[in-house]
Design a protein around this ligand. Structure first.
Ligand SMILES: [Zn+2]
Length: 409
């Protein structure tokens, strides 16, 4: 792979051994559509390691053996690419970039990201906004990225919006991030300007420790994507921008509760359709409705019926992505046995007791926040959430064994 940056314009050329079909770090297959993309408003003189890591968030799935940058990178970044992916990176020769003093939040406007921003009320926000690609047709006009950007600006926080068409580098499965970390490409290129030493993401306990949504259903202390000692964590750290997960120790029930009670609650938006509010009819809205209903302890309120395509997976037995939250919702939503979640309920039979660990913070998640920002998160969690007991922490650490037994039964 060869990478060329011209200001915010990224051009990459595949080497003979590279392929246009690849896998993202979460194992999901992706197919390349085009080899250019653009990030607006970013400086042309950012540290070379920042350009390198930003490029890697886009080109990683298609790179097989080596990557050649248009400017020398540091030893540390080359080593992180080699150790994490087995990739030969060069040329090497830049001084490493020291971490700056500032933690920013990579802010999407969803409940998890709002919760992360609530832990650090002084942190500036960096918002990634999808814009159209000049050479790729937009088959997703219902995706209202303009609404999300407007909501981000309405938070009253220090917000940097970086517009990009990088999601159109993907032909399949649809426009989206080639790697989850591509959402940070703009923040990386802004890191010198903002003085960044850390970037906070809204990934919660399910994503960090339980294998997350569509991924593995097992305890994942060495998570390749999000652990500080994982490949991505080490690569970001090598460029002086530590990955920080302020809400990595709490479930989506807690992030939802924190978001809905925060001063940013009017700007929370997890659905990318709809202009005046969530569409209520997509799969994501259904999943979030289960969580909100559980947090508010009220019956499910959804127009989605069992004959709709988005309901199909709930008519099948587990396992489900995000299953810990399904169990949490099933145990708490009144009348759930009369909804399209009845099948899931009959298989999982969770109780409030069996899911109460999802109301507390998993302490190792605080321990892995870099020291400079750790105490603030620890204090926040002690005041607003509370820490898990050892027995509850064991529920995290044995997650997956019970799920797999359930799936085998
Ligand atoms: Zn929706």
């Amino acid at each position: 792979m060869r990478v060329i940056w011209k200001e915010g314009e990224l051009l990459f050329r595949l080497d003979p051994e590279d392929e246009i079909t690849g896998k993202a770090s979460d194992g999901h297959p992706v197919k390349l559509a085009t080899n250019t993309c653009h990030l607006s408003g970013v400086p042309g003189d950012a540290h070379p390691d920042l350009f390198a890591v930003a490029a890697w968030t886009v080109v990683a799935p298609w790179t097989r053996r080596r990557i050649t940058f248009d400017r020398a990178v540091s030893d540390q970044v080359a080593a992180a690419l080699h150790d994490g992916w087995g990739i030969e990176a060069g040329p090497v020769g830049a001084e490493p970039r020291p971490a700056g003093p500032v933690l920013a939040i990579s802010y999407s406007g969803g409940a998890d990201s709002v919760a992360a921003a609530t832990v650090y009320p002084q942190a500036p926000l960096v918002h990634f906004q999808r814009v159209a690609h000049p050479r790729v047709p937009n088959r997703w006009p219902h995706y209202r990225s303009d609404v999300l950007a407007r909501l981000a600006r309405q938070t009253g926080r220090d917000v940097t919006v970086v517009q990009s068409d990088l999601e159109y580098t993907l032909a399949e499965p649809r426009p989206g991030y080639p790697e989850h970390q591509a959402v940070a490409a703009g923040a990386l290129l802004m890191a010198d300007r903002l003085g960044l030493g850390g970037l906070g993401f809204g990934y919660e306990m399910g994503s960090r420790w339980l294998g997350g949504g569509r991924y593995l259903l097992r305890y994942t202390p060495d998570n390749f994507l999000w652990a500080p000692h994982g490949a991505w964590g080490r690569l970001f750290a090598a460029a002086g921008v530590h990955i920080v997960l302020p809400v990595g120790g709490v479930s989506e029930a807690v992030t939802m509760r924190l978001a809905m009670s925060s001063e940013l609650k009017d700007q929370v938006r997890w659905c990318l359709r709809g202009t005046d509010g969530p569409c209520r009819t997509c799969g994501k809205c259904l999943y979030k409705e289960l969580i909100v209903a559980a947090v508010e302890r009220r019956p499910l309120d959804t127009p989605i019926t069992a004959d709709r395509p988005v309901a199909r997976k709930w008519l099948k037995p587990p396992p489900y992505g995000g299953q810990e939250m399904i169990e949490y919702g099933l145990a708490r939503v009144p009348g759930i046995e009369n909804t399209l979640f009845a099948t899931a309920l009959s298989h999982l039979r969770p109780t409030e007791e069996s899911t109460s660990w999802l109301d507390r913070c998993y302490p190792p998640a605080i321990d892995e926040i870099p020291e400079r920002w750790r105490q603030q998160a620890a204090t926040f969690m002690a005041e607003h959430v509370g820490h898990m007991t050892e027995a509850e922490a064991r529920r995290v650490e044995t997650w997956g064994s019970a799920v797999r037994r359930g799936a085998d039964a």
